[in-house]
Design a protein around this ligand. Sequence first.
Ligand code: NAP
Length: 250
Amino acid sequence: MPFSDYKTALVTGASSGIGAAVVERLCKEGLQVHALARSAGKLAELAARTGCIPHAIDVSDLEGVTRLAQEIPFDVLVNNAGVDRPGSILKADAEGIDLLVDVNLRAVLHLCRLVVPGMAARDRGHVINISSIAGAYNFGGNSTYHATKAAVSMLSRQLRIDVFGKRVRVTEICPGRVATDIFAHVHGNPEEMHKRFIEGFELPRAEDIADAIAFAIAAPVAVNVGHMEITPTLQVPGGLSTARPEAPQA
Ligand SMILES: NC(=O)c1ccc[n+]([C@@H]2O[C@H](COP(=O)([O-])OP(=O)(O)OC[C@H]3O[C@@H](n4cnc5c(N)ncnc54)[C@H](OP(=O)(O)O)[C@@H]3O)[C@@H](O)[C@H]2O)c1
Protein backbone atom coordinates (compact mmCIF):
# COMPACT_ATOMS: atom_id res chain seq x y z
CA MET A 1 0.00 0.00 0.00
CA PRO A 2 1.42 3.43 -0.88
CA PHE A 3 1.24 4.74 2.69
CA SER A 4 4.23 2.51 3.38
CA ASP A 5 5.99 3.90 0.26
CA TYR A 6 5.75 7.43 1.65
CA LYS A 7 7.65 8.83 4.61
CA THR A 8 6.96 12.56 4.83
CA ALA A 9 3.99 14.86 4.32
CA LEU A 10 3.43 18.62 4.35
CA VAL A 11 -0.08 19.85 5.19
CA THR A 12 -0.82 23.58 4.88
CA GLY A 13 -3.63 25.23 6.81
CA ALA A 14 -3.10 22.64 9.52
CA SER A 15 -4.21 24.60 12.57
CA SER A 16 -7.95 23.93 12.22
CA GLY A 17 -10.74 22.21 10.29
CA ILE A 18 -9.83 19.97 7.37
CA GLY A 19 -6.07 20.53 7.66
CA ALA A 20 -5.93 19.50 11.33
CA ALA A 21 -8.01 16.37 10.59
CA VAL A 22 -5.69 15.45 7.69
CA VAL A 23 -2.62 15.89 9.90
CA GLU A 24 -4.15 13.63 12.53
CA ARG A 25 -5.06 10.98 9.95
CA LEU A 26 -1.68 10.98 8.18
CA CYS A 27 0.15 10.75 11.53
CA LYS A 28 -1.98 7.67 12.38
CA GLU A 29 -0.92 6.17 9.03
CA GLY A 30 2.71 6.44 10.16
CA LEU A 31 3.92 9.39 8.08
CA GLN A 32 6.18 12.11 9.47
CA VAL A 33 3.76 15.01 9.07
CA HIS A 34 4.84 18.66 8.86
CA ALA A 35 1.96 20.93 9.82
CA LEU A 36 2.02 24.52 8.54
CA ALA A 37 -0.21 27.45 9.55
CA ARG A 38 0.17 30.84 11.24
CA SER A 39 -1.34 29.99 14.65
CA ALA A 40 1.63 28.71 16.65
CA GLY A 41 -0.47 27.88 19.73
CA LYS A 42 -2.98 25.71 17.86
CA LEU A 43 -0.13 23.95 16.02
CA ALA A 44 1.62 23.23 19.34
CA GLU A 45 -1.58 21.59 20.66
CA LEU A 46 -1.91 19.56 17.45
CA ALA A 47 1.73 18.48 17.72
CA ALA A 48 1.25 17.39 21.34
CA ARG A 49 -1.83 15.35 20.33
CA THR A 50 -0.58 13.80 17.07
CA GLY A 51 3.22 13.93 17.00
CA CYS A 52 3.28 16.16 13.91
CA ILE A 53 6.07 18.69 13.40
CA PRO A 54 4.68 22.24 13.62
CA HIS A 55 5.79 25.13 11.39
CA ALA A 56 4.27 28.51 12.29
CA ILE A 57 4.73 30.06 8.85
CA ASP A 58 2.46 32.16 6.69
CA VAL A 59 1.97 30.15 3.51
CA SER A 60 2.50 33.34 1.49
CA ASP A 61 5.94 33.83 3.10
CA LEU A 62 7.92 32.67 0.08
CA GLU A 63 11.26 32.63 1.90
CA GLY A 64 9.84 30.53 4.74
CA VAL A 65 8.18 27.91 2.55
CA THR A 66 11.21 27.77 0.24
CA ARG A 67 13.49 27.00 3.20
CA LEU A 68 11.11 24.28 4.43
CA ALA A 69 10.77 22.67 0.99
CA GLN A 70 14.56 22.67 0.54
CA GLU A 71 15.11 21.04 3.96
CA ILE A 72 12.68 18.14 3.61
CA PRO A 73 11.92 15.89 0.63
CA PHE A 74 8.14 15.72 0.92
CA ASP A 75 6.40 12.61 -0.45
CA VAL A 76 2.89 13.96 0.15
CA LEU A 77 1.89 17.62 -0.26
CA VAL A 78 -1.58 18.68 0.90
CA ASN A 79 -2.35 22.21 -0.31
CA ASN A 80 -5.21 22.96 2.05
CA ALA A 81 -4.70 26.49 3.46
CA GLY A 82 -7.52 28.69 2.24
CA VAL A 83 -9.28 31.94 3.01
CA ASP A 84 -12.41 33.65 1.82
CA ARG A 85 -13.91 37.13 2.10
CA PRO A 86 -17.63 37.80 1.75
CA GLY A 87 -19.11 39.72 -1.14
CA SER A 88 -19.24 39.71 -4.93
CA ILE A 89 -16.84 41.64 -7.16
CA LEU A 90 -19.18 44.63 -6.76
CA LYS A 91 -18.10 44.85 -3.12
CA ALA A 92 -14.57 43.45 -3.34
CA ASP A 93 -11.68 45.47 -1.99
CA ALA A 94 -8.07 45.40 -3.19
CA GLU A 95 -6.76 43.86 0.02
CA GLY A 96 -9.25 40.96 -0.13
CA ILE A 97 -8.40 40.17 -3.75
CA ASP A 98 -4.65 40.16 -3.02
CA LEU A 99 -5.09 38.02 0.11
CA LEU A 100 -7.16 35.36 -1.65
CA VAL A 101 -4.83 35.21 -4.63
CA ASP A 102 -1.77 35.02 -2.32
CA VAL A 103 -3.10 32.26 -0.03
CA ASN A 104 -5.48 30.24 -2.23
CA LEU A 105 -3.48 30.32 -5.45
CA ARG A 106 0.00 31.86 -5.41
CA ALA A 107 1.11 29.76 -2.42
CA VAL A 108 -0.22 26.58 -4.07
CA LEU A 109 1.69 27.33 -7.27
CA HIS A 110 4.91 28.06 -5.37
CA LEU A 111 4.65 24.94 -3.21
CA CYS A 112 4.06 22.79 -6.30
CA ARG A 113 7.06 24.48 -7.96
CA LEU A 114 9.21 23.80 -4.88
CA VAL A 115 8.08 20.25 -4.07
CA VAL A 116 6.92 18.48 -7.25
CA PRO A 117 10.28 18.41 -9.11
CA GLY A 118 11.78 16.41 -6.20
CA MET A 119 8.84 13.99 -6.33
CA ALA A 120 9.36 13.57 -10.08
CA ALA A 121 13.11 12.99 -9.62
CA ARG A 122 12.42 10.33 -6.94
CA ASP A 123 9.58 8.88 -9.07
CA ARG A 124 7.37 8.96 -5.95
CA GLY A 125 4.87 11.43 -4.56
CA HIS A 126 1.27 12.55 -4.16
CA VAL A 127 -0.11 16.09 -4.38
CA ILE A 128 -3.53 16.72 -2.85
CA ASN A 129 -5.11 20.07 -3.69
CA ILE A 130 -8.19 21.22 -1.81
CA SER A 131 -10.32 23.28 -4.18
CA SER A 132 -14.07 23.84 -3.67
CA ILE A 133 -17.35 23.42 -5.49
CA ALA A 134 -16.96 27.22 -5.83
CA GLY A 135 -14.29 26.45 -8.43
CA ALA A 136 -16.67 24.35 -10.50
CA TYR A 137 -20.08 26.01 -10.19
CA ASN A 138 -21.56 29.48 -10.10
CA PHE A 139 -23.53 30.52 -7.06
CA GLY A 140 -23.82 33.60 -4.91
CA GLY A 141 -20.64 34.19 -2.98
CA ASN A 142 -17.25 35.71 -3.48
CA SER A 143 -16.14 35.88 -7.10
CA THR A 144 -12.47 36.10 -6.14
CA TYR A 145 -12.79 32.89 -4.12
CA HIS A 146 -14.53 31.17 -7.07
CA ALA A 147 -11.76 32.35 -9.41
CA THR A 148 -8.88 31.19 -7.18
CA LYS A 149 -10.48 27.79 -6.59
CA ALA A 150 -11.16 27.31 -10.32
CA ALA A 151 -7.46 27.97 -10.88
CA VAL A 152 -6.51 25.35 -8.27
CA SER A 153 -8.81 22.91 -10.04
CA MET A 154 -7.17 23.52 -13.44
CA LEU A 155 -3.69 23.41 -11.89
CA SER A 156 -4.50 19.97 -10.46
CA ARG A 157 -5.30 18.65 -13.95
CA GLN A 158 -2.28 20.39 -15.44
CA LEU A 159 0.05 18.85 -12.83
CA ARG A 160 -0.92 15.42 -14.19
CA ILE A 161 0.46 16.50 -17.56
CA ASP A 162 3.58 18.00 -15.97
CA VAL A 163 4.48 14.73 -14.20
CA PHE A 164 3.42 12.43 -17.03
CA GLY A 165 5.52 9.26 -17.00
CA LYS A 166 6.35 9.56 -13.29
CA ARG A 167 4.70 7.82 -10.34
CA VAL A 168 3.56 11.15 -8.96
CA ARG A 169 -0.16 11.20 -8.27
CA VAL A 170 -2.41 14.25 -8.13
CA THR A 171 -5.79 14.39 -6.41
CA GLU A 172 -8.14 17.35 -6.36
CA ILE A 173 -10.56 17.30 -3.44
CA CYS A 174 -13.54 19.51 -4.23
CA PRO A 175 -15.66 20.00 -1.10
CA GLY A 176 -19.09 21.48 -0.72
CA ARG A 177 -20.06 22.65 2.74
CA VAL A 178 -18.04 20.98 5.50
CA ALA A 179 -18.69 21.54 9.22
CA THR A 180 -15.61 23.62 10.08
CA ASP A 181 -15.01 27.10 11.48
CA ILE A 182 -14.29 28.57 8.02
CA PHE A 183 -17.54 30.53 8.11
CA ALA A 184 -16.58 32.20 11.40
CA HIS A 185 -13.09 32.87 9.97
CA VAL A 186 -14.71 34.58 6.95
CA HIS A 187 -17.56 36.50 8.55
CA GLY A 188 -16.52 36.75 12.24
CA ASN A 189 -19.20 36.18 14.90
CA PRO A 190 -18.62 32.43 15.49
CA GLU A 191 -21.95 31.77 17.29
CA GLU A 192 -24.10 33.38 14.61
CA MET A 193 -22.12 31.68 11.81
CA HIS A 194 -22.50 28.32 13.51
CA LYS A 195 -26.28 28.86 13.60
CA ARG A 196 -26.36 30.04 9.97
CA PHE A 197 -24.12 27.46 8.31
CA ILE A 198 -23.77 24.41 10.58
CA GLU A 199 -26.56 23.99 13.14
CA GLY A 200 -29.41 21.74 12.00
CA PHE A 201 -27.67 20.69 8.73
CA GLU A 202 -26.35 17.20 8.01
CA LEU A 203 -22.81 18.00 6.87
CA PRO A 204 -19.58 16.13 6.15
CA ARG A 205 -17.07 16.63 8.97
CA ALA A 206 -13.41 17.48 8.48
CA GLU A 207 -12.64 13.83 9.34
CA ASP A 208 -14.74 12.68 6.35
CA ILE A 209 -12.55 14.74 4.03
CA ALA A 210 -9.44 13.31 5.72
CA ASP A 211 -10.83 9.79 5.12
CA ALA A 212 -11.30 10.57 1.41
CA ILE A 213 -7.70 11.82 1.19
CA ALA A 214 -6.46 8.71 2.98
CA PHE A 215 -8.42 6.57 0.47
CA ALA A 216 -6.71 8.31 -2.47
CA ILE A 217 -3.25 7.89 -0.90
CA ALA A 218 -3.85 4.28 0.10
CA ALA A 219 -4.91 3.24 -3.42
CA PRO A 220 -2.36 1.07 -5.23
CA VAL A 221 0.39 3.15 -6.82
CA ALA A 222 -0.98 2.25 -10.27
CA VAL A 223 -4.20 4.09 -9.34
CA ASN A 224 -4.57 7.88 -9.50
CA VAL A 225 -7.76 9.23 -7.94
CA GLY A 226 -7.88 12.51 -9.86
CA HIS A 227 -10.94 14.30 -8.55
CA MET A 228 -13.37 13.84 -5.69
CA GLU A 229 -16.38 16.13 -5.26
CA ILE A 230 -17.67 15.72 -1.71
CA THR A 231 -20.83 17.59 -0.75
CA PRO A 232 -23.51 17.09 1.85
CA THR A 233 -26.14 14.68 0.49
CA LEU A 234 -28.64 17.49 1.10
CA GLN A 235 -26.67 20.12 -0.85
CA VAL A 236 -26.92 20.56 -4.63
CA PRO A 237 -24.54 22.93 -6.42
CA GLY A 238 -25.44 24.94 -9.50
CA GLY A 239 -28.64 26.57 -10.66
CA LEU A 240 -29.91 28.95 -13.28
CA SER A 241 -31.32 32.43 -12.74
CA THR A 242 -33.05 34.55 -15.38
CA ALA A 243 -34.00 38.11 -14.53
CA ARG A 244 -36.29 40.50 -16.40
CA PRO A 245 -34.63 43.88 -16.91
CA GLU A 246 -35.77 46.58 -14.56
CA ALA A 247 -38.21 49.07 -16.09
CA PRO A 248 -36.32 52.10 -17.48
CA GLN A 249 -36.21 55.03 -15.06
CA ALA A 250 -38.70 57.73 -15.95
N1 NAP B 1 -15.42 24.14 5.12
C1 NAP B 1 -15.97 24.23 3.93
O1 NAP B 1 -17.20 24.29 3.81
C2 NAP B 1 -15.11 24.23 2.68
C3 NAP B 1 -15.75 24.05 1.46
C4 NAP B 1 -14.99 24.05 0.29
C5 NAP B 1 -13.62 24.21 0.36
N2 NAP B 1 -13.02 24.39 1.56
C6 NAP B 1 -11.57 24.59 1.56
O2 NAP B 1 -10.96 23.69 2.47
C7 NAP B 1 -9.75 24.25 2.97
C8 NAP B 1 -9.74 24.16 4.49
O3 NAP B 1 -10.80 24.94 4.99
P1 NAP B 1 -11.47 24.69 6.42
O4 NAP B 1 -12.91 24.53 6.20
O5 NAP B 1 -10.74 23.66 7.18
O6 NAP B 1 -11.27 26.16 7.03
P2 NAP B 1 -10.55 26.74 8.32
O7 NAP B 1 -10.95 25.99 9.54
O8 NAP B 1 -10.80 28.22 8.27
O9 NAP B 1 -9.02 26.44 8.05
C9 NAP B 1 -8.25 27.23 7.21
C10 NAP B 1 -6.79 26.94 7.53
O10 NAP B 1 -5.97 27.73 6.64
C11 NAP B 1 -4.96 28.35 7.43
N3 NAP B 1 -4.51 29.58 6.82
C12 NAP B 1 -5.24 30.67 6.48
N4 NAP B 1 -4.43 31.63 6.00
C13 NAP B 1 -3.17 31.13 6.05
C14 NAP B 1 -1.89 31.66 5.72
N5 NAP B 1 -1.75 32.89 5.23
N6 NAP B 1 -0.80 30.87 5.91
C15 NAP B 1 -0.92 29.62 6.42
N7 NAP B 1 -2.10 29.08 6.75
C16 NAP B 1 -3.21 29.83 6.58
C17 NAP B 1 -5.61 28.60 8.79
O11 NAP B 1 -4.62 28.65 9.80
P3 NAP B 1 -4.03 29.98 10.47
O12 NAP B 1 -5.17 30.96 10.59
O13 NAP B 1 -3.51 29.47 11.77
O14 NAP B 1 -2.94 30.43 9.56
C18 NAP B 1 -6.41 27.30 8.96
O15 NAP B 1 -5.60 26.30 9.50
C19 NAP B 1 -9.68 25.69 2.40
O16 NAP B 1 -8.86 25.72 1.27
C20 NAP B 1 -11.13 25.97 2.02
O17 NAP B 1 -11.21 26.93 0.97
C21 NAP B 1 -13.73 24.41 2.72
